[in-house]
Design a protein around this ligand. Sequence first.
Ligand code: ADP
Length: 231
Amino acid sequence: MDIIRLKNVKKQYKNGTTALYDLNLNIEKGSFVFIIGGSGSGKSTLMKMLYREEKPTSGQIMVGGINVAKLRNSKVYKLRRKLGIVFQDYRLLPKLTVYENVAFAMEVIGATKQETRVKVLKSLEIVGLKNKIHNYPNQLSGGEQQRVAIARAIVNNPKMLLCDEPTGNLDPDMSIEIMKIIEKINKDWGTTVLVVTHDKEIVNKMKKQVITLKEGRLVNNKAKGTYDENA
Ligand code: ADP
């Protein structure tokens, strides 16, 4: 079953730049997919359309049964509840502790304190940060901050995890650790995972589905792929 479907999707920004031309793509539920391609090839634009930060200029986008292109602003929360999103720059709230950063995502959906506590601790356990719940983000390494961001993204048990260059600011060892955590979430929970990355070594090592974008077009889509040198 496809959890994501894009049909003839085009994205042209207001200034006239076309970021994506006629994109057709289906992603099966439970997949782990790398999205690669050079700078400006449209990777972030694709991700932004999936979480409805941007709307396509034309074409259809279905995400978890929701017609994203037609979704009203007032209903975007319904889509976001199905998604966890992880960014390169972590985006933690600096004045909240690790626990509070993760709990915040649950308060937003109106969970009880008890339910929040159980789920926050579970998420922090999965990313291996249960011993740092009282730290503030500036007391953590980059890798640890990204682990908090992942815990926050999965705390509501989303169907999909969208990661835009999650290891872009991390050294190789940290990057592998982060990818292993993301892989574990995919395997243990069946969460569909999309990871935008430039990390050739990781892509080659993990042997997952690889989608290559080039100048706004999909040029490759391979199961158990490697880093496409033409990207
Ligand atoms: P990537 O993530 O692969 O680096 P992007 O999706 O960020 O690529 O960008 C694709 C193209 O769209 C680039 O030419 C970029 O300059 C352009 N672009 C991205 N965001 C905007 C925007 N908000 N307004 C205008 N052009 C944009």
